[in-house]
Design a protein. Structure first.
Length: 154
């Protein structure tokens, strides 16, 4: 299956790396080349049957080893450490969690205590965060200020 643009303005890029297909938005990268982001597709993973192929959720009845391998592949394609990944736990609320270095790995390599959280926010470099969507619209915000720009006002 190939992904195709449905309009001519290409507000997003469809990328393929290491067999994994994912979506990025050039406008998010143009302000900060180090700001890594990507939206997964169903392409490039190892899950079978109705979850095929890039299932990244441990809560859908998939084999845990397949989900872990999918995360490994997605992380390799985008260029982050999957062992530091922090998961949200969407429940259709308005709760947010500030992700710190202590949260690294919660949901992927260690049990998470980040429960009933729909939004994640962080200013920690190198800590990838992941949120999941089905019938909700993902919202992605990025602050252009550097931490030193606003620390003096706190």
């Amino acid at each position: 299956m190939d992904l195709k643009y449905i309009n001519g303005n290409k507000t997003c890029n469809i990328n393929e790396k290491l067999g994994v297909t994912y979506i990025t938005f050039p406008k998010l990268s143009k302000y900060d080349e180090d700001m890594l982001h990507g939206f997964s597709t169903r392409l490039g993973g190892v899950s079978k049957n109705y979850l095929a192929s890039m299932n990244l959720s441990f809560t859908r009845g998939d084999d845990n080893e397949s989900v872990i391998e999918n995360h490994r592949r997605f992380a390799a394609a985008l260029g982050y450490d999957e062992n530091k990944l922090v998961f949200s736990d969407q429940v259709h609320m308005t709760h947010f969690h500030k992700v710190t270095k202590q949260d690294a790995g919660k949901g992927i390599i260690k049990e998470s205590d980040i429960l009933e959280i729909d939004g994640l926010v962080t200013n920690e470099p190198g800590i990838p965060i992941i949120t999941f969507y089905a019938d909700c619209v993902p919202l992605f915000f990025y602050c252009l200020l550097k931490q030193s720009d606003y620390e003096e006002e706190i």
